[in-house]
Write a protein that binds this ligand. Structure first.
Ligand SMILES: [Zn+2]
Length: 106
């Protein structure tokens, strides 16, 4: 009983249709996240976020997602690239060893 009420209460924060204002704000969130939103638009978005729970939630989730995405590839890269980096390093070392000029003639 209580759970159901809680569920409904939570669901009330997710209306099936966003207001056009929220839609417009949320469309600008990715740009703001990348820092390519102009100052005026950013002020408008931030002002809206401070009064709109829905958009603020989307913004927070977006930041979390980006933080997660940014943390994942670096971990993968270390695993994926280590052998490549090592073989590249080996090539570097090999090519760094000078071949005596006279070897060409023998
Ligand atoms: Zn909103």
């Amino acid at each position: 009983m209580e759970e159901k009420e809680f569920y409904q209460f939570k669901n009330s924060n997710y209306p099936s249709k966003l207001s056009p204002v929220c839609e417009n704000i949320q469309n600008q969130l990715p740009d703001m996240l990348e820092g390519c939103l102009d100052k005026v638009s950013e002020d408008i978005v931030r002002a809206h976020l401070s009064v709109c729970y829905l958009c603020e939630k989307v913004w927070i989730e977006m930041q979390k997602t980006v933080a997660l995405i940014e943390s994942l590839p670096s971990a993968d890269m270390i695993q994926d690239l280590t052998p490549k980096i090592l073989s590249e390093l080996e090539k570097e070392i090999e090519s760094a060893v000078p071949i005596p000029w006279w070897k060409k003639y023998f």
